[in-house]
Design a protein around this ligand. Structure first.
Ligand SMILES: [Mg+2]
Length: 146
């Protein structure tokens, strides 16, 4: 991953968009912002990204609806990693994310290191550099096994 990682950020709250920008841009990520789910689907249709960070609760189309729409957009839509942002860390919420086709999820308030690590992992998995089931523990143990 020597090239810039292009991230589509779908988040309706301006303060959260600013925060995500402040956390990721200094690390070399290239960000495109969308203010709701519908805009996220449009941005994805017209541009190429490595990963999407998708808020669950947004107007127009929520994160689940936008993810379902993107997953139907051919092989590009089927394969893009989508990391959900959710205010709820419940098992029910996690299941809704997974059922919608999301790759992983992060809970708010955002932990900067978790944001960075989850995005990097999602891109590494979709690039075939890391096994799909390698979570934080899995990554450590497979590295130890190698
Ligand atoms: Mg929201």
């Amino acid at each position: 991953m020597s090239e810039e990682v292009r991230v589509l950020v779908a988040e309706d709250h301006a303060a959260n968009r600013r925060l995500i920008g402040a956390l990721l841009r200094p690390l070399g990520f290239e960000l495109v912002m969308a203010c709701d789910g519908r805009e996220a689907v449009e941005r994805f249709r017209e541009d190429t990204f490595d990963v999407i960070v998708m808020d669950m609760q947004m107007p127009e189309m929520d994160g689940v609806q936008a993810t379902r729409a993107i997953r139907k957009m051919g092989s590009r839509g089927a394969s893009i990693p989508i990391v959900a942002l959710t205010a709820n860390a419940t098992e029910d919420d996690r299941r809704r994310c997974i059922d919608a086709g999301m790759t992983d999820f992060l809970t708010k308030p955002l932990d900067p290191r978790a944001l960075h690590a989850t995005i990097i992992r999602a891109v590494a998995v979709s690039s075939g550099l890391l096994a799909k089931d390698a979570g934080d523990d899995g990554a450590a143990s497979s590295a130890a096994a190698a």
